[in-house]
Design a protein around this ligand. Structure first.
Ligand SMILES: Nc1nc2c(ncn2[C@@H]2O[C@H](COP(=O)(O)OP(=O)(O)OP(=O)(O)O)[C@@H](O)[C@H]2O)c(=O)[nH]1
Ligand SMILES: [Mg+2]
Length: 306
């Protein structure tokens, strides 16, 4: 890196919102590369994903958070803790909403937590490509919670967005750079992602599962990478466990004659080979563990610390 200008800005930006509003899609669009997995089912993101954006104006560390849910099991509670924790650490927050979908129960909880924070907030009106009619509902919610009109709110910006189409991403970056503090970069400038490798790999496998599974199963699935080994001839051997809650789900994940698991394995291996720039041997096996979402030891194995 050359000389750092005194106007260089750097800060952390949390993307918060309820599940499925498009937080991870937005992050990928900003970075121009897939760093976070995406699916049509809620609770796709289960960890804190840090994606790093660099240009001549500065560095932005984006934190993609799990969608805030009001569920009761321990995993729901942990996801909520991550999501809320990230609101507090940020220099700026994007509250992302799905304008195609009415205001939900979780939304009130989110705004309630955000409304008293001092940091700048951008209300990202996402999925405008779908021409949803719910924008006024979200404005009304904020106005009700703050007790004043959106135009009178300080450090509050409204921005229509589409992560899928890339609409207003440049505008979003302009607004963020205006709002972030001056300061040196937090990460090396060639670094795109700060997430443990085991979690990146587990997420890719889970994304392929979510793309193929339907109904109740996604909620019940977790992936745990047990072992990564560099073998001779540039081969990486990865062993991963797919966790479900019931024997019946195990049968669904495996499929007739193992065909579902095989498809998942092939798709995941292709993406891993691209990512790791190496041949990959992927060993997947499925285990049923009742109520793992409430089991401390398992949650810890999955990378959640308490
Ligand atoms: N039409 C449209 N669809 C979008 C847009 N952004 C995301 N989606 C879709 O919405 C679904 C959810 O996207 P994600 O990016 O996984 O949402 P998320 O907020 O990260 O979800 P969680 O991780 O579960 O909290 C996927 O099917 C996306 O393809 C958008 O701008 N327009
Ligand atoms: Mg996500």
């Amino acid at each position: 890196m050359g000389e750092v200008s005194e106007n260089f800005r750097c800060g952390m930006v949390s993307i918060v919102g309820r599940p499925n509003v498009g937080k991870s899609t937005l992050l990928n669009a900003i970075l121009g590369q897939k760093v976070a997995i995406v699916s049509k089912v809620p609770q796709t993101t289960r960890n804190q994903i840090r994606g790093i954006y660099n240009d001549e104006r500065g560095q932005i560390v984006f934190i993609d958070t799990p969608g805030l849910v009001l569920g009761k099991d321990k995993l729901d509670q942990l996801l909520k803790k991550i999501s809320v924790g990230m609101m507090q650490d940020a220099d700026c927050i994007i509250h992302l909403v799905d304008t195609h979908d009415p205001v939900g129960q979780e939304e009130e909880e989110i705004v309630n937590r955000l409304k008293s924070l001092k940091v700048p907030i951008i209300l990202g009106l996402n999925k405008v490509d779908l021409k949803g009619r719910c924008i006024p509902e979200y404005l009304t919610l904020w106005e009700r919670m703050k007790g004043r009109s959106v135009h009178e709110m300080k450090s509050f910006t409204l921005l229509p967005l589409s992560g899928r189409k890339g609409t207003n991403i440049d505008k979003l970056l302009d607004i963020l750079f205006e709002n972030l503090p001056k300061g040196p970069a937090l990460y090396p400038q060639d670094m795109l992602l700060d997430v443990p490798q085991k979690i990146v790999i587990a997420d890719i496998i889970r994304e392929k599962l979510l793309a193929i599974m339907r109904d109740e199963v996604p909620h019940a699935v977790a992936v745990f990478v047990e072992d990564i080994q560099q073998r001779p001839k540039k081969l990486i051997h990865i062993r991963a466990q797919i966790l479900v809650e019931r024997e019946s789900q195990k049968m669904i994940v495996i499929g007739k004659k193992g065909e579902v698991l095989k498809r998942v394995g092939t798709l995941a291996r292709e993406e891993l080979e691209y990512l790791l720039e190496s041949k990959v041997f992927l060993e997947l096996y499925v285990k049923a563990k009742k109520n793992w979402r409430d089991n401390d030891a398992i949650l810890q194995e999955l990378g959640y610390d308490f």
